[in-house]
Design a protein around this ligand. Sequence first.
Ligand code: PRT
Ligand code: ZN
Length: 286
Amino acid sequence: MDNILRIAIQKSGRLSEDSLKLIKECGIRFDNGAGKLKTSATNFPAEILFLRDDDIPGYVEDGVAHLGIVGENVSVESDRDVNTVHKLGFSKCRLSIGVLREHEYAGVQDLEGKSIATSYPKLLGKYLAENNVKAQIHEISGSVEIAPSIGLADAVCDIVSSGSTLLSNGLKEVETIFKSEAVMISSKHLSAGQQDLLDQLLFRIKSVQVAKNNKYILLNCPTNAVDEITKYLPGMKAPTVMPLATEGWCSIHSVINENDFWENIEKIRQAGAEGILVIPIEKMIL
Ligand code: PRT
Ligand code: ZN
């Protein structure tokens, strides 16, 4: 079937909720009845497969799934022949090396001759080789952080988010070797029809992401402040400026970016903006 996209997402875990949310925000509707391993979308030629995250890159390489949503850490470690088509901005984390807190760590050379427990032997091996460090990689599949305190290894290399797991196991983070977030991967053997469906899906994903990074803003200001204020609110093309019923006053409607939001709010207030309303945008079609 070359006119349908099979999208593999994590069945149950840290990626599941955001993956489902993204697909729904793209307007793709399906019944995700509990316990199902596969479901069909009702308004887009797609099927959703619910899998363990580690299996997703292999399924995409083999073409069983055409697309997959997975942590970049898992995709790169799997070393499968797939395309990374888009970064999705959620499940951000890092792969880091941790050593016992009492260890006086001076730099990566301190790892020479040490044993490091990890579930990411390929990423760790590459990092050690790039830094000319020879260490013993001890591959374990779970509970990596406990390894140093039970004498199984001198250090760990594991996923860190807040850092509290390292801390509660008496470890400190000393090197970050890889930064990760959820990514969309695709098969290298899509038909023209599937590539077209992927392009449609990416267009929707980007519209959702841009909308999240921007807010709709409305404000009132004296007419002589319009030029100064619109410097900070360029809008999609240009801001909408309308006269108010009160002589000498205008209303400006525009979009404002999340990145420099408070900085720009402060500047437009100083320039004379009043009655500022900021409203979330659901989709933004550029
Ligand atoms: O069952 P399945 O195989 O599908 O899932 P899984 O248990 O292998 O993966 P899951 O659901 O735990 O994680 C899926 C993906 O989420 C990972 O591959 C990462 O890309 C991403 N992610 C984001 C994380 C974390 N944050 C995270 N904190 N993956 C794991 N952790 C673990 C980490 O292993 C460590 O044990 O959380 C602990 C550290 O967290 P902090 O906050 O204490 O630092
Ligand atoms: Zn997994």
